[in-house]
Ligand binder design. Structure first.
Ligand SMILES: Nc1ncnc2c1ncn2[C@@H]1O[C@H](COP(=O)(O)OP(=O)(O)O)[C@@H](O)[C@H]1O
Ligand SMILES: [Mg+2]
Length: 419
């Protein structure tokens, strides 16, 4: 990829409405742009980060035999009436009518739609278990959208659903998802914790949340020294106490802030019973299906990762979600065609090695180019100008190191340049 055909939209000034560092840096580095309250366009650079996260998520879910589908964004109200949530779910559910006066909503979550899907095809225990997921845009009319894509109205979520013949099968599957989630957040190189949670709007018997630990998090977590614990709603129930200081006193644990990036639920028969999702068991008896559901806020993960990884120059991407592994800066090539030729050779060799590289061939000064790639947060910046072309070497500036250094041109084979 070259900047001549990959637009870079960095900006110098701070956005006026950004309260947290991730929002500020996502605008400045040209990852996102605002359309209206809680709605953002993902620019090419930001979308590459989304793609990296999605690849990791897809890979782990495929490993537990969860298969991808894609459901419609708009849902008919009949299904929500069947589950009882048309009246239960508050104003976050954006409702509207079509030209035939039929009522619909924008999907905030998909339990009703997937339950309806399964009841059309499921009849026998022989078909179970079934595990399905989608990655798609969700809409929730949040009362207070804020922090950019962290709490937006339109956002990208991965939602998975599992279907089982018994509660014990659900338990087994639930642990598999738990393990897959830990693998996902480890692969994303995030400092995270899993806590006991309550089930909120989704419902069911047991649930766990995955939080990225960050001071700007909106959720209070009660954690022990190894960061195990519970969210604050559960803590209040457990210690029969509303006051946070008193909860800390009673529990001997610490309060920390978290950003909820994932949430898993044992739904049991909460949706299958009212919506008649049933199957025939080995003894020809008809039973309700047991269900689980499992969400990850893909777009929120991007913001959460930045909250944990930045400095005064900009973002410092964990390498597994960085939009590129290498930014190759070409300098002064107008003055000297040898520079262009040498850089082009290095670029081709990097590409041949499978390195995810962007070649910055813009006609700008080193200071401006370096500032852009440090703001964008690329782990390795390689610089080639007059001096490097003469010496047949490269100047390396790692994002997490202070000083530049010279390396031999063979450095392009270094394993640190690939994920
Ligand atoms: N308004 C939002 N903006 C961005 N991501 C969201 C938003 N709401 C939920 N998510 C993400 O989707 C995941 C699953 O949602 P869910 O647990 O149903 O939401 P909530 O905890 O807000 O009720 C959350 O863990 C979070 O990462
Ligand atoms: Mg949740």
């Amino acid at each position: 990829m070259k900047t001549s055909n990959f637009p870079i939209f960095t900006v110098k000034s701070d956005p006026s409405d950004a309260e947290v560092v991730s929002h500020k840096l996502m605008i400045k580095s040209g990852m996102i742009r605002k359309l209206s309250s809680g709605q953002y366009t993902w620019l090419p650079l930001g979308l590459r980060v989304i793609d990296k996260i999605q690849d990791i998520v897809r890979n782990e879910l495929n490993r537990i035999d969860c298969r991808e589908i894609l459901m419609p964004l708009i849902q008919p109200n009949e299904l929500w009436k069947e589950s009882g949530r048309w009246s239960e779910y508050g104003p976050e559910l954006l409702r509207f009518k079509d030209r035939h006066e039929r009522e619909f909503c924008f999907g905030p979550t998909f339990e009703e739609v997937i339950t309806d899907l399964l009841r059309q095809d499921l009849s026998s225990y022989k078909q179970l278990p079934i595990n399905l997921f989608q990655i798609s845009t969700k809409f929730r009319d949040e009362i207070r959208p804020r922090f950019g894509v962290m709490r937006s109205r339109e956002f990208i979520m991965k939602d998975a659903y599992s279907f089982h013949a018994s509660a014990s099968c659900l338990d087994i599957s639930y642990s598999k998802y738990m393990k897959a989630y830990k693998n996902i957040f480890n692969s994303l190189m995030l400092d995270f914790t899993m806590v006991d949670a309550d089930s909120g709007n989704i419902g069911g018997s047991e649930s766990h949340e995955f939080h990225v630990i960050a001071n700007t998090g909106e959720d209070d977590l009660l954690l022990d020294d190894s960061n195990n614990g519970m969210n604050i709603e559960i803590a209040k129930e457990k210690y029969q106490e509303e006051n946070l200081e008193k909860i800390v006193g009673k529990s001997g644990m610490t309060l920390k802030k978290g950003i909820e990036v994932g949430h898993i639920f044992k739904l049991g028969t909460k949706y299958s019973k009212p919506m008649n999702l049933r199957f025939t068991d080995e003894n020809s008896k008809i039973n309700d299906v047991f269900m689980g559901c499992y969400g990850i806020g893909i777009s929120r993960v991007v913001a959460a990762a930045i909250e944990q990884n930045y400095d005064d120059k900009g973002i410092i991407w964990p390498k597994t979600m960085s939009p590129f592994q290498v930014a190759l800066i070409e300098l002064d090539s107008k003055k000297n065609t040898g520079i262009r030729e040498y850089t082009e050779n290095i670029y081709k060799a990097l590409k041949n090695n499978g390195v995810d590289v962007i070649h910055d061939n813009r006609d700008l000064k080193l200071g401006n180019k370096l500032a852009d790639w440090e703001l964008i947060g690329i782990p390795n910046i390689l610089i080639i100008g007059q001096k490097e072309t003469e010496n047949k070497n490269i100047t390396l500036k790692r994002r997490d190191e202070e000083e530049k250094r010279e390396v031999a041109s063979e450095f392009i084979n270094d394993s640190s340049l690939t994920v």
